[in-house]
Design a protein around this ligand. Structure first.
Ligand SMILES: [Mg+2]
Length: 306
């Protein structure tokens, strides 16, 4: 591991990512590594650099949020590279770092970069009309949560977003009436025609250190599904309360399943979010790419879920 490609999103989270990246680059250089640092200016930059430069690096360090990591993963899979990734959590939710048990202190992160263990991660593949359009590491959501994401991103300024930015959009979405509902099909079986929210998850955590699909594993070759029945009164507020308290349970309009292929469609216009960013509308078909990406994790498996 000599050549490190570091991709930093300076606007992620509280906009301190660039300072952290420069600190990490200094520590890695002192340890004898050659660090090539790229700062994103626009959406798509991280994906482009991962595809163009990922093959000649021994390690890619993603300094940003889950959105930056999503772009790097898409770029690597596009180009067919298997270069390991070290996610450095500087975003709002940092679900992937939490799920992998990664540290946040710079010295500990450099320790993982120098002597971490490789672990393979499944990736979700999103297709529209039979064409692969994107991939996700955390989840795809349709309906309620994608409405919240769209409202947050419409109001997003140049300094990034915090968890608090979600409160008002969340309330507004909870108060909405007449939302078009979604059909959820798992491995060919129709699970529901009336979902107000459908989440297809690769990881257990969702939107921070709280779980939606607590049983999801990122290396079992399966997708987990959680949906909320739009015909059951109070189910969406119960979902939000259950998620906020990390005590989401099945029942009273909140349902779970797992499958290797999930199809979501609606008669109305239902928005989609992928890894926390707006991603068009239904219909989509989601499948899993088992072990498609390598990540570095601490050598001692403390904090690992699997
Ligand atoms: Mg899984």
């Amino acid at each position: 591991m000599r050549h490190v490609l570091m991709i930093v999103n300076p606007t992620s989270g509280r906009a301190t990512a660039l300072a952290r990246a420069q600190q990490l680059a200094g520590l890695l250089t002192a340890a004898g590594r050659v660090v090539e640092l790229h700062v994103t200016r626009a959406a798509g930059d991280a994906r482009h650099w991962a595809a163009a430069l990922g093959g000649s690096a021994d390690l890619i360090v993603s300094v940003g949020g889950d959105g930056t990591l999503n772009e790097i993963i898409n770029g690597l899979v596009d180009a067919g590279w298997r270069t390991p990734i070290l996610p450095v959590a500087m975003g709002t939710a940092n679900v992937v770092s939490l799920e992998l048990g990664l540290p946040s202190e710079p010295e500990a992160l450099v320790g993982v970069a120098l002597a971490g263990r490789r672990r393979s991660l499944d990736i979700g593949l999103v297709e529209r009309a039979g064409v692969a359009t994107s991939r996700f590491v955390m989840c795809l959501g349709a309906g309620f949560d994608a409405e919240v994401v769209a409202r947050v991103h419409a109001a997003r300024g140049p300094r990034g977003i915090t968890q608090r930015a979600y409160a008002r959009p969340l309330l507004a979405a909870l108060l909405r009436r007449g939302r078009p509902l979604t059909r959820v099909v798992a491995d060919g079986t129709v699970l529901t025609d009336t979902a107000s929210l459908a989440i297809v998850a690769n990881l257990g955590r969702y939107g921070g250190d709280r779980r939606v699909c607590a049983e999801a594993r990122c290396d079992d070759g399966l997708l987990n599904v959680c949906w909320v029945d739009g015909h059951v009164r109070g189910a969406l507020p119960r979902f939000v309360a259950g998620w906020l308290t990390d005590r989401l349970r099945p029942g009273r309009g909140i349902c779970f399943a797992h499958a290797s292929r999930v199809e979501l469609r609606s008669a109305g216009a239902v928005p989609v979010q992928i890894d926390g960013d707006p991603a068009g509308e239904l219909p989509v078909s989601v499948s899993v790419l088992p072990g498609a990406v390598n990540v570095l994790v601490p050598d001692r498996p403390s904090g690992l879920d699997a």
